[in-house]
Design a protein around this ligand. Structure first.
Ligand SMILES: *[C@@H]1O[C@H](CO)[C@@H](O)[C@H](O)[C@H]1NC(C)=O
Ligand SMILES: *[C@@H]1O[C@H](CO)[C@@H](O)[C@H](O)[C@H]1NC(C)=O
Ligand SMILES: *[C@@H]1O[C@H](CO)[C@@H](O)[C@H](O)[C@H]1NC(C)=O
Ligand SMILES: *[C@@H]1O[C@H](CO)[C@@H](O)[C@H](O)[C@H]1NC(C)=O
Ligand SMILES: *[C@@H]1O[C@H](CO)[C@@H](O)[C@H](O)[C@H]1NC(C)=O
Ligand SMILES: *[C@@H]1O[C@H](CO)[C@@H](O)[C@H](O)[C@H]1NC(C)=O
Ligand SMILES: *[C@@H]1O[C@H](CO)[C@@H](O)[C@H](O)[C@H]1NC(C)=O
Ligand SMILES: *[C@@H]1O[C@H](CO)[C@@H](O)[C@H](O)[C@H]1NC(C)=O
Ligand SMILES: *[C@@H]1O[C@H](CO)[C@@H](O)[C@H](O)[C@H]1NC(C)=O
Length: 669
């Protein structure tokens, strides 16, 4: 148990280092009654604060109309036959941390400042307990002009990240970012709490020489907590539009040549000791260049020993019309149906099959480095609704089946709809909890589906005559079927569109060592409608609705145990409309991903009490992942930016805040 005495002890040791730091410790509070613990001295009324936040994208409560039932309806009862020893097209072995997160560098301090928040640590711990660890990328377009400074002149002492808004010479009109090594110190502290491993990005706008400060500092401060470095973000845009970092002849062959020059520079630089399994290229987005062209340029085959992974970025759609005020604006109601249909997922991702087979043949991992429901902030009513939770499962499982090794889901600020999680606006963080989005539920399901064994292999079942409304996958470990994951994309509150899958193993075929078990356990991901923005549950537990989460699952765990029909050798599982079901075919696979005790970080800290950070949320609409990544619109081109903004954080307070949590964590243990 925690004791105040020990907590203070841990803190006072650190106070010696940061003598001037201001900090304040609160004790954990009931996560379900955040509104009830409002500090009345600083808040006038809850209602006014709530209505103020209604204007912020991440908290839009308006729901769309769920798509009507398909006509004709798919069959609502069908069989699924699994075989021991494996099945055709079983994927490569997958990691529990398949689903990770991508955070734009320019907002990283907001996220990191928030990240130090125990809510963030709880959210990460939930995943790490199931999957072993979590991967997070800090980078994006803003990494391309990032500059390491010893101190940030003109800002208050301790500022660790700033945008040089006075500088208008940059051709994109994107203010360059300046940061100090304290950014990495902070990330290192986060890893000390939960098993997060990082990806960083090397700027590539200038190649003679490439500025490798981030590698030098990353290595010295974070060491192997940085898994790998992305070299260039979306180089397919470099010669394009307002960016003008190369001329319009810039091609995959040019990029390959330049990467060779980069490797030469790395090899000549004695400050950089990492040589192999370190770099990620080419991180192109969608359709501007063809990823298959890199097969002929030899980018991957020539440098495969130096590469950690081959990377691409892709969003299936964009909401740029609404964000940039174009005459053509996509109505979210018109696209929600495309997010609850497996054919839509397959039609986009099959583009990557050739490059994926190529990566597998070279034994180079293939990573979807930045993705989400739609670029330009996502669609209101889709990206923040239950449809996105089911879509995130489908998109991730299809990528896994196509032999990708990971998918990183982008997180913007309060202006984005697709966030897996969003801290409350800083000014209100004293009395509101976080908002956990549907993509976080997908990540929970994926973490349990893959587990921490590193031996899970995924195969798509093409079940129910390959109906796009009822996709499913089996997960094998060492030739034995362990789990089955199924989605029901239909919305029908009457229950008459729930479907029943009859799962059988072995089927009496010769050589089948595994057989249909006598019972299976089933966890259900559920909400009333694919349009629902509230009341999402995973195995009966929830992270709460808007503003209510402290990152812990609440409610009683509810797991079905289904007795199988041992005469006919089938296990009948009902998948609700809408919902997803994870079927555990044996107890070991269930217990391995079902924590009996939950590692938690007490909610002891409110950002408002130390006033760590300020940001203009509208600026985030223009960060990476907000561009038209389904096409070629340039998100950071001239005149597309909102008014200048800057970002200040008092590192002394932040580090101390960190230390508060380290102290709290140590004591909790
Ligand atoms: C909230 O979502 C609705 C429905 O999509 C939309 O009409 C409205 O403009 C959104 N409001 C804000 C502030 O984003
Ligand atoms: C396996 O993958 C190949 C190549 O994509 C495909 O042609 C074949 O139909 C797949 N087999 C099964 C059983 O899905
Ligand atoms: C994924 O890689 C495995 C192993 O090489 C291969 O058998 C399988 O067919 C690949 N999957 C697809 C969908 O191509
Ligand atoms: C402005 O930014 C550009 C691009 O990052 C840089 O080359 C230039 O030196 C900066 N100018 C000033 C005055 O800082
Ligand atoms: C190594 O890279 C760093 C960062 O770009 C640079 O400052 C340094 O001069 C380089 N050292 C050598 C020997 O090239
Ligand atoms: C790309 O390569 C071609 C052929 O070597 C060259 O003519 C062209 O100038 C290069 N473009 C850039 C932007 O480097
Ligand atoms: C799984 O892979 C991760 C990342 O490579 C590693 O840290 C972990 O130890 C592995 N787990 C097992 C059980 O091998
Ligand atoms: C969410 O669930 C609670 C408890 O079951 C119920 O009272 C509430 O009406 C539900 N809200 C919505 C929007 O369905
Ligand atoms: C995004 O790009 C795609 C492909 O070029 C294009 O079809 C679409 O109209 C673009 N969307 C917007 C809003 O510009």
């Amino acid at each position: 148990m925690r004791t105040a005495g020990r907590l203070v002890l841990a803190l006072s040791a650190l106070r010696g280092v940061y003598a001037d730091a201001a900090w304040q410790v609160y004790y954990p509070k009931d996560s379900n009654v955040i509104a009830a613990t409002l500090p009345t001295t600083t808040v006038t009324t809850t209602a006014s604060a709530a209505s103020a936040t209604q204007t912020v994208a991440a908290y839009n409560m308006t729901e769309l109309v769920a798509p009507s039932l398909p006509s004709p309806m798919p069959s609502l009862a069908f069989g699924v036959q699994l075989y021991s020893g494996g099945m055709e097209n079983l994927s490569i072995q997958q990691n529990g941390a398949f689903m990770g997160f991508s955070i734009e560098m320019s907002v990283s301090v907001q996220v990191c400042a928030s990240a130090i928040h125990p809510t963030f640590l709880n959210l990460m711990a939930n995943l790490a307990q199931r999957a072993g660890w979590v991967r997070v990328r800090v980078g994006g377009n803003s990494q391309e002009t990032a500059e390491l400074k010893t101190t940030l002149a003109g800002y208050s002492e301790g500022t660790i990240l700033a945008k040089d808004t006075g500088n208008t010479t940059n051709p994109t009109n994107t203010p360059p970012i300046e940061y100090t090594s304290d950014l990495f110190t902070m990330m290192g502290k986060i890893t000390d709490f939960t098993n997060i491993r990082w990806y960083l990005g090397v700027p590539f706008y200038t190649i003679d020489p490439v500025n490798m400060d981030i590698v030098v500092v990353g290595e010295s401060v974070l060491g192997d907590r940085v898994l790998a470095y992305q070299v260039a973000n979306e180089p397919d845009y470099y010669g394009y539009n307002g960016r003008n970092h190369r001329d319009s002849t810039y091609s995959p062959a040019n990029f390959t040549t330049e990467f060779g020059e980069f490797i030469t520079q790395v090899n000549a630089n004695s400050s950089i000791t990492r040589r192999s399994d370190t770099w990620m290229v080419p991180s192109i987005s969608a359709t501007n260049w063809n990823i298959d062209d890199f097969i002929t340029t030899g980018l991957i085959s020539t440098y495969k020993d130096q590469l950690y992974a081959m990377t691409v970025e892709r969003y299936p759609n964009d909401n740029c019309g609404a964000i940039y005020g174009y005459t053509t604006v996509t109505d979210p109601q018109d696209v929600i149906a495309s997010y609850v249909n497996h054919d839509q997922v397959t039609s986009i991702l099959q583009y990557y099959q050739v490059s994926s087979a190529y990566a597998v043949s070279l034994d180079v991992p293939y990573i979807m480095f930045e993705t989400n429901t739609a670029s330009c902030s996502g669609f209101p009513g889709v990206s923040d609704a239950f449809a996105a939770a089911l879509w995130g499962i489908d998109w991730s499982m299809t990528l896994a089946y196509y032999n990708f090794s990971a998918a990183l889901y982008h997180i913007g600020g309060q202006a984005a709809y697709y966030n897996a999680f969003t801290p409350p606006p800083t000014a209100q963080s004293a009395y509101y909890g976080w908002t956990v989005g549907p993509i976080y539920y997908s990540a929970l399901v994926l973490a349990e589906t893959m587990g921490s064994s590193n031996t899970s292999q995924v195969v798509e079942l093409f079940q129910n005559s390959n109906s796009p409304y009822t996709p499913g996958w089996a997960v094998y470990e060492n030739g034995i079927p362990k789990k089955v994951l199924m989605i029901n994309y239909m919305t029908d509150s009457t229950g008459s569109s729930d479907y029943t899958a009859s799962v059988a193993i072995g089927g009496g075929t010769t050589g089948q060592t595994a057989a249909t078990p006598s019972s299976v356990k089933v966890k259900i991901l559920r909400a009333a409608s694919v349009a629902s923005k509230t009341n999402m549950t995973w195995a009966g537990q929830t992270l709460g609705d808007h503003f209510t989460s402290d990152g812990r699952l609440t409610g009683d765990l509810s797991v079905q145990t289904i007795q199988c029909d041992t005469t006919n050798n089938v296990c009948k599982v009902v998948v609700p409309a809408p919902g997803a079901a994870l079927i555990f075919l044996d107890d070991d696979s269930y217990t391995a991903v079902t924590p009996t005790t939950t590692e938690t970080f007490p909610t002891t800290f409110y950002t408002a009490t130390v006033n760590t950070a300020k940001i203009d949320p509208s600026a985030l609409a223009h960060s990476n992942g907000h561009g038209n990544m389904s096409g070629i619109l340039d998100a950071t081109s001239q005149n597309s930016r909102s008014s200048a903004w800057s970002w200040r954080v008092d590192i002394v307070r932040l580090i101390t805040t960190c230390s508060v949590f380290i102290g709290a964590f140590v004591v909790w243990m």
